[in-house]
Design a protein around this ligand. Structure first.
Ligand code: DC
Length: 227
């Protein structure tokens, strides 16, 4: 079974998808982390977010994931980089990097392969991102589109930065999120939007447990559950 959760930054997708996957004994595929690994590759190559740079950098760059006790690890050119992806430096360029067509083509190909392989092995996969229900897995069994007020999303993202030891103000985080939303929604290729057959879920006033329960209940109510 393939379950997609798309939505803007800070809507609660990642934690919800990770915990729901654990409860269902599925695996979690974080497509944002894969884009972040590509962005880290660009940073390390000192490359700007242009298609010329992509032509130079991408052929020498590989991104893959592996699972250890169902936790996802991300590899950039075979080096484990999971702990280096949620930094402000990567956050500042990842949206630009993710607008590049060759980057998206490579990511979609890898995500489809990993998703199908993992669904085969574990019975299901919960994928989160921006275009997972529209482009990567248009045939997904269940699609959820998560939204939340921007102030609440900024507060959540600030906590993540603080947990990573980065100190930045709430206003700065909110401005960054608003800019990123705008860019993700208006880009030409695979913009952030709700798939027609996705269920919209507003998480502004929800706890993580409520969000996870929403997803788990939807999955268990699905005809493909347990087949
Ligand atoms: O969810 P996140 O903040 O880790 O995502 C990082 C960036 O990657 C975000 O700017 C949008 C982009 N992204 C995307 O374009 N498509 C996806 N499926 C996932 C993320």
């Amino acid at each position: 079974m393939i379950v997609t959760i798309d939505g803007p930054a800070g809507s609660g997708k990642s934690t919800t998808a990770r915990n729901a996957a654990a409860e269902l004994h599925y695996v979690y595929l974080d497509t944002g982390a894969m884009y972040r690994a590509v962005a880290l590759g660009f940073l390390r190559a000192d490359a700007a977010a242009t298609s010329e740079a992509a032509d130079r950098v991408l052929p020498a760059l590989s991104v893959d994931v592996s699972y250890q006790d169902s936790a996802m690890q991300v590899y950039l050119n075979e080096e484990e980089v999971t702990a280096h992806l949620r930094t402000a430096e990567v956050g500042a360029i990842v949206s630009d990097i993710s607008t590049l067509a060759p980057v998206r083509d490579y990511m979609v190909e890898q995500q489809r392969r990993i998703g199908h392989e993992q669904a085969e092995v574990h019975g299901g996969v919960v994928v989160d991102g921006r275009d997972t229900g529209t482009v990567v897995f248009p045939e997904a069994d269940l699609k959820i589109f998560m939204v939340a007020d921007v102030e609440e999303r900024a507060r959540r993202r600030l906590q993540e930065y603080e947990a990573a030891g980065e100190h930045i103000s709430l206003a700065e985080v909110q401005a960054e999120i608003e800019e990123r939303d705008q860019q993700d929604r208006t880009r030409d290729i695979a913009p952030l939007r709700r798939a027609e057959d996705a269920v919209e879920f507003d998480t502004t006033d929800c706890t993580i447990d409520e969000q996870v329960a929403f997803v788990v209940n939807r999955v268990k109510a699905h005809p493909a559950w347990g087949t």
